[in-house]
Design a protein around this ligand. Structure first.
Ligand code: ADP
Ligand code: F6P
Length: 467
């Protein structure tokens, strides 16, 4: 079996599988790599005065991790800049928040070149290289330019936007061309796959073969959708374990007979948290009978806090949460418990299990693993109801959730009301179908289908795509 070399910006090898950094990519990759011999390469999360390319190797929980430090300028231009002030907002349809600065483009390409230069000496000729997410789109081009002949695949964890949105990027042609230096490009959903195919044909002048191969700019690249899944059995174990049970009991006591609605997210404007609070406010305004009977627990872990848009959304959420509690709280009822910290997976599992309703309402999301975790943690004899945004990638698979338009307060408020009133038989019927999907399309299925498709893809070439 060839070695698998995984490359991502953030590397988070779990010391304990219940403690991993917040974010779907880290959760999924640590699970995917545990059973493969290979390397996980990426940024250490540390800053160095100058970039030296010195690699730090460590072995934790069966995973070999190789990391490099980046310079402060790299972090500003590549991570806070092009990745999180240009690509992230644009790919989540927030053109109003998208910054177009040439220094960001330069920093982005420089860091990708640095990653390629540092990674290349670690590669064996028959290693399979699997690159992850929007931080590293040009990595294959940089590797190919340096003579790398390995099979290289790319998986995008976030949505691929509609053609006209992507075209608003000044260097969209160069960025797309660097995807053609991969052998396989994978997306979370059919929706993202179709949007990219549309770009390939309409803008890049390529052709699509019936087997999903795109021929474009002198290259052949296989394209497909590979919806990411949970490490379902590990999460089920966490949900059945002692910590989850302790937290579930603790929550039950603290609930004092009230029903809980739960939200768990990185504190990100794409997660629709402000809209969710406003929908809950609408629910409270129109359902006086629910007062003192229901409360919402929103866990939102601060993320990317050097980027203005994240500071702004945090301040807005503080204000809206304060307003809701100011308007509706009584001496012994807080309608919105708003918590800004991270929890262990087994603690989260306990919270999910105690909640009558999981509210997962991103405005756009590549997949959304929280939706799947909520399903996985439920009691089969008395499961809660999942309310899910139709703009989360997970909605393509989890059609038995109550699907909502997260922009509509009334629609989300109605779904909360319907979910809380749903008869047990309907909850069980819906949950069984959701659960079936979460279990069968888990992280192992995702990893194996991607790796097998990469092994079967047209052979790599060392010639960069013609732009
Ligand atoms: P994203 O990758 O955009 O953050 P996902 O929903 O796909 O979104 O993945 C988020 C992951 O991070 C989930 O596994 C979730 O459990 C975890 N997570 C989110 N918020 C917290 C938190 N407050 N504490 C611990 N883990 C969290
Ligand atoms: O899943 C999307 C993603 O951007 C991952 O690439 C990333 O690791 C995660 O969210 C958390 O973001 P960050 O690494 O910027 O903290």
């Amino acid at each position: 079996m060839p070695r698998l070399v995984v490359v991502s910006n953030r590397v988070s090898a779990p010391v304990d599988e219940n403690v991993a950094s917040v974010g779907g990519l880290a959760m999924a990759l640590s699970a995917a790599l545990r059973e493969y011999s290979g390397i996980w390469f990426g940024w250490s999360g540390e800053t160095a005065e100058t970039f030296t390319g010195q690699i730090r190797m460590s072995h934790t929980a069966g995973v070999t991790v190789a990391t490099v430090d980046l310079e402060d300028q790299d972090i500003q231009e590549y991570y806070n800049g092009y990745a999180n002030r240009t690509l992230w907002p644009l790919f989540h349809y927030r053109t109003d928040l998208t910054a177009y600065e040439r220094s960001f483009d330069v920093g982005y390409v420089r860091v990708n070149a640095r990653f390629a230069e540092t990674l290349l000496p670690l590669l064996h000729p028959d290693d399979i290289v699997w690159v992850h997410d929007y931080h590293l789109i040009p990595l294959a081009s940089e590797l190919r330019r340096r003579g790398c002949m390995n099979r290289i695949g790319f998986f995008l964890h976030i949505p691929w936007p509609a053609r006209r949105i992507f075209e608003s990027l000044p260097n969209h042609r160069e960025l797309a061309a660097s995807l053609f230096d991969y052998d396989l490009v994978g997306f979370q959903t059919r929706d993202s796959l179709t949007a990219f195919q549309d770009y390939v044909v309409q803008t890049a002048g390529g052709e699509l073969a019936p087997d999903g191969t795109a021929r474009v700019l002198g290259r052949s690249v296989k394209l497909d959708a590979f919806p990411i899944g949970l490490d379902a059995s590990a999460f089920a174990d966490a949900a059945k374990g002692k910590t989850a049970a302790t937290w579930s009991e603790r929550m039950t006591v603290s609930q004092a007979g009230r029903r809980m609605i739960i939200g768990v997210d990185r504190l990100d404007y794409s997660k629709g948290l402000e809209e969710r609070f406003l929908a809950y406010e609408q629910f409270l305004a129109t359902h006086a009978d629910a007062h003192e009977q229901v409360f919402m627990l929103q866990i939102a872990t601060p993320s990317r806090d050097e980027v203005d848009a994240y500071q702004d959304i945090r301040a807005r959420l503080d204000a809206v949460a304060g307003r809701i509690n100011g308007a509706y709280a009584t001496v012994d009822w807080v309608p919105l418990r708003y918590v800004n910290r991270a929890y262990r997976r087994d603690e989260l599992a306990g919270f999910y299990r105690s909640a009558a309703l999981g509210l997962v309402t991103p405005l756009r999301d590549g997949m959304n693993l929280v939706a799947k975790e909520y399903v996985m943690a439920q009691d089969p004899t008395d499961p809660g109801v999942l309310v899910l945004s139709k703009f989360a990638g997970a909605a393509e698979q989890l059609a038995d959730a109550l699907l909502v338009n997260p922009h509509s307060r009334e629609e989300v408020s109605d779904a909360i009301s319907r979910g809380l009133a749903m008869p047990r038989a309907e909850r069980i019927r819906r949950w069984e179908t959701l659960m079936q999907n979460v279990i069968t399309q888990d992280v192992t299925h995702w990893r194996d289908s991607f790796v097998h498709a990469l092994e079967a893809s047209p052979n790599a070439s060392s010639t960069p795509a013609l732009v």
